[in-house]
Ligand binder design. Sequence first.
Ligand code: BES
Ligand code: MN
Ligand code: MN
Length: 461
Amino acid sequence: MADLKSYFETHKTRFLNELLDLLRIPSVSADPRFAGDVKRMAEATAEHLRLVGADNVEVFQTAGHPIVYGEKIIDPKAPTVLVYGHYDVQPADPLELWESPPFEPVVKKTKNHPDGAIFARGACDDKGQFFMHVKAFEMMFRNNELPCNVKFMIEGEEEVGSRNLETFCLANKKKLACNVVLVSDTSIIANDTPSLTVGLRGLCYMEVEVTGPNRDLHSGVYGGAVANPINVLCQMIGSLHDKKRRITVAGFYDDVLKVSTKERKMMNNAPFDEKAYTSDLKIKEVMGEKGYTTIERTGIRPTLDVNGIWGGYTGEGAKTVLPSKAFAKISMRLVPGQEPKKIAKLFQKHFETIAPKGVQVKVTEHHGGHPVVIPTNSAEYRAAEKAMEKAFGKKPLPQRGGGSIPIVAMFKDVLGVNTMLMGFGLDSDDIHSPNEHFGLFNYYKGIETIPLFYKYYSGKK
Ligand code: BES
Ligand code: MN
Ligand code: MN
């Protein structure tokens, strides 16, 4: 692959500048005010696929944001890799916490990225990561070194639950037929410790509304005699964990598959520096379920977290009010064995049961997703492992990731194929947070590693 090396050196500055241009498009899928930018981003993605030589490039409209498709079929007998990624990004707020504007990318050095990192919303999640695949494809195709058929499917609704992707996959099964789905939307342990994500947690996302009196009341006139829905909601939320920080929702752990002592031991052999972890987050100590390490708490244990809570008066100064309503968004990360729909029902029932008579509760369900486990005894795992070993000079460790990519389970159900997660971000890259960034080392290492995956996956030594 000597040609690829020199092609890479010649074009790497352009590779970076092209990504920076894409990062200037604020393709926030959650906020309808950005719908035009999301569309522009889809078109820019399609244009890039055309530029690098992909065929049948198309922007497919959906009931929501478009899906970008492109392909290169070199040989019907060669294996086919379906690259999945997402061009949409999370909202950038709170804006005031960004050191530079979220859609004006800049390169700055950090502790974890001494060679520099690109700061922008979507740099790591997932524009920088899906674009590595476009550039890796360019390198292989332009140098006649593409050993597999490639299909790209880049969507614009991952951050809002991939609402229309299943319909698209069901309607285009033939077009999307492949041997494996390849995704770069996860992390490695560190730049000198490559890893492959072999598990993702599922998700169950609920919203609760607690109603007390039929209207806001004077907190002096009525206070003390009528249930305050915010007080009640806080108590209810407080009761959702016990002293050992286990979740109290009845039946919550019933289906959790046991992880063997051997596997737990192996997981904990991965390097983890608790001091660096706490000092990076400026916390005095970690906190979580008793009896589990931090690696286990984020990898193999389910969680329940309040994502947002509101109600009453939150404006300037003080207003003495006993609010009529209180709200919260509560998400649960699920592990293998747990079924999102079942957990949603258990949560709803539990929440209704613990509500005092003085209030009414309404529980609604948002999008969810199934947990996944990626086998390590597959051709794609071996190819990814070899590719990373060659590129990093170190064999990657299998590691379970704490985040969720709900469509991975859908790919198996609808397309009948496994997914390989070969991400290059770092957990400290602040995805979904202010000052999201992606290391230049990581971006370039990804572009270098992907062609090696294709090479080994196609059976070359
Ligand atoms: N890329 C992330 C998921 C991720 C990040 C997995 C880091 C492993 C390590 C993805 O874009 C994401 O944010 N997923 C959402 C779920 C979705 C339904 C909104 C998540 O995990 O919260
Ligand atoms: Mn992502
Ligand atoms: Mn995300």
